[in-house]
Design a protein around this ligand. Structure first.
Ligand SMILES: CC(C)(COP(=O)(O)OP(=O)(O)OC[C@H]1O[C@@H](n2cnc3c(N)ncnc32)[C@H](O)[C@@H]1OP(=O)(O)O)[C@@H](O)C(=O)NCCC(=O)NCCS
Length: 154
């Protein structure tokens, strides 16, 4: 893990991010979506890179008032199931310079790896969003985590 660096996502990262995104999601964001995300108020996006500068994972968050929406978490295939996402998720939260008291996300019920990841880092199921995923008509499981004291746990 000490070989892996966390840094803010920049426009130069987008090609690599989109390549991972295409392999990771059924309805991937394209280049423009990430360009827009980087320009968005309250958006905090991070990438993980190896010492050789290979981009191996990314995380996108959006802060709306005191709530943090987890938009994207993805790790490239060859680095999955090695503890990368669980290890670096909280480090990304720590790198967000604004306070929040609640974080939430949507996940497909079929995405067991992601659900396990989120449970491991303290999220719990809060409800569902019916027919959230337009490609399959799947409901989304909504998961959330409260951060005590109106701020985030460090
Ligand atoms: C979901 C994802 C981000 C997890 O990243 P990761 O770095 O592999 O996760 P970790 O190795 O930190 O694993 C965290 C926990 O998730 C579980 N897990 C991870 N991969 C799993 C798998 N393939 N099957 C079952 N459980 C899995 C494990 O319980 C693990 O904890 P443990 O190792 O202590 O048992 C990764 O699989 C991914 O990029 N998937 C495609 C994109 C995606 O679905 N993102 C989430 C959208 S909501």
């Amino acid at each position: 893990m000490s070989q892996i660096q966390i840094m803010p996502m920049t426009a130069n990262d987008i090609n690599d991010v989109v390549a991972i995104e295409r392999g990771a999601f059924k309805n991937p964001w394209g280049t423009l979506a990430f360009i827009n995300e980087l320009a968005c108020n309250g958006a905090y996006s991070f990438v993980l890179k190896t010492r050789q500068q290979q981009l191996i994972a990314y995380f996108c968050f959006r802060l709306i008032l005191h709530e943090l929406h987890v938009l994207k978490v993805a790790v490239t295939d060859e680095y999955r199931n090695k503890g990368i996402a669980s290890h670096f998720f909280n480090r990304c939260l720590n790198a967000i310079p604004e306070a929040f008291d609640f974080a939430f996300l949507e996940v497909r019920p079929s995405n067991i790896a992601a659900i396990r990841l989120y449970e491991k880092i303290g999220f719990s199921v809060m409800g569902k969003r019916p027919r959230y995923y337009s490609d399959t008509d799947e409901d989304a499981i909504m998961m959330g985590k409260i951060f005590k004291g109106g701020s985030y746990e460090r």
